[in-house]
Design a protein around this ligand. Structure first.
Ligand SMILES: Nc1nc2c(ncn2[C@@H]2O[C@H](COP(=O)(O)OP(=O)(O)OP(=O)(O)O)[C@@H](O)[C@H]2O)c(=O)[nH]1
Ligand SMILES: [Mg+2]
Length: 332
């Protein structure tokens, strides 16, 4: 919209901590909002208020899966998931750490002896299991971890196996230590025990999740559940730390998507396909297939070019995003 973004309510859920106590401010100069409120989003209005992503923003052309049209053709050349790449670029700017947070993360790296190669696991339990996600056993996470190390060993020979554990269920540590003695397990039980219940939204818990998110994103590979905002955030952050980290996360439940994004996980067809049954759809090279974000693992989609819907072989497609002309600021 070629406007300056100013946070009008910068308090975080955690004991009313302000955004700029944890992250650097969005701008060092444009930090104050004129008190007058102009509802709506008309071009000629001086101040436009935006709500949270799930509501108002979901209907703007710039909402994911939109990626700037001037960047997308290039990003497709080097990246397997252009949407995650774009979100990662924006996030890495928004989440520039305040010096205190930066210290906190650095101290944790040293204290926990964080060295690579390392695989991160994020085991999201506690309140998430009431309505929002299924329980996944430690063994499911570890099966994916074992796959990663076995693949690495094909090229690198014997590798010392190390994992970083982030979880809101502290019992995970004991279970892994007992069942997987071949692994060096690092992680902070204190962080984990503060991450649920009464202490969940304390300032200390905020420090804990900052450390967990950053250390997870620095792992070579992460196993988690994309139903959790934390797993998706880690995936997005990883995209700004590598040229293409699109295959560095395995999710045990959903595929990747952006909160508020509807029906719009997009795939571009790279190999044509003739339906082998009435349940399948035909696809031509270049067709765009839309898949409901929540059904993505079923490979059931809608062909935007032919209006056919049905199951399709996902290996004949690559993930794509929506090309949207964003302002390109030619005068800047
Ligand atoms: N330190 C730490 N905190 C966690 C972990 N998992 C969950 N939490 C806490 O739980 C919060 C996530 O729960 P919500 O407050 O519901 O946030 P959300 O954005 O809905 O995230 P999800 O529920 O995971 O999708 C995090 O911000 C942490 O405070 C973890 O592995 N480590
Ligand atoms: Mg939640």
């Amino acid at each position: 919209m070629e406007r300056t973004l100013v946070f009008s309510d910068s308090s975080l859920n955690y004991a009313d901590t302000r955004w700029d106590e944890v992250f650097q401010p969005l701008s060092n100069t444009c930090s104050d909002l004129d008190a007058s409120d102009f509802p709506g989003a008309r071009r000629d209005q001086l101040v436009v208020r935006l709500g949270a992503a799930r509501g108002f923003l979901a209907h703007t052309p710039f909402h994911p899966p939109a990626v700037p049209a001037d960047l997308l053709p290039t990003v497709r050349l080097f990246h397997g998931a252009p949407l995650a790449w774009w979100v990662g670029q924006v996030l890495s700017y928004l989440m520039r750490l305040h010096p205190r947070s930066d210290q906190l993360v650095r101290a944790a790296l040293r204290r926990l002896n964080f060295t690579r190669p390392i695989v991160g696991i994020h085991v999201r339990r506690s309140d998430k299991l009431f309505h929002e996600a299924e329980y996944h056993a430690v063994d499911e996470y570890m099966a994916a971890v074992e796959d990663f190390y076995e693949t690495l060993e094909i090229t690198n020979g014997g590798v010392a196996r190390k994992i970083y554990v982030a979880t809101d269920d502290v019992s995970v540590f004991d279970e892994i230590n007992k069942k997987y003695p071949d692994y060096t397990v690092i992680g902070d039980r204190n962080i984990s025990s503060r991450a649920s219940g009464k202490t969940k939204y304390s300032k200390e818990a905020l420090d804990g999740i900052l450390v967990d998110i950053h250390l997870l994103s620095m792992c070579d590979f992460v196993v988690c559940t994309f139903s959790s905002n934390i797993c998706r955030l880690v995936y997005e952050m990883m995209q700004s730390l590598h040229v293409d980290a699109s295959t560095r996360v395995t999710s045990l439940d959903w595929d990747y998507g952006f909160t508020g994004m509807r029906k719009l996980r997009l795939y571009r067809v790279i190999l044509q396909h003739s339906a082998r049954s009435a349940e399948e759809m035909n696809m031509r090279r270049g067709d765009i297939i839309a898949v409901n974000f929540y059904n993505a693992t079923n490979n059931y989609g809608y062909n935007l070019n032919t209006s056919e819907s049905g199951y399709f072989p996902i290996f004949k497609t690559v993930e794509d995003a929506k090309s949207v002309p964003f302002p390109a600021y030619p005068y800047v």
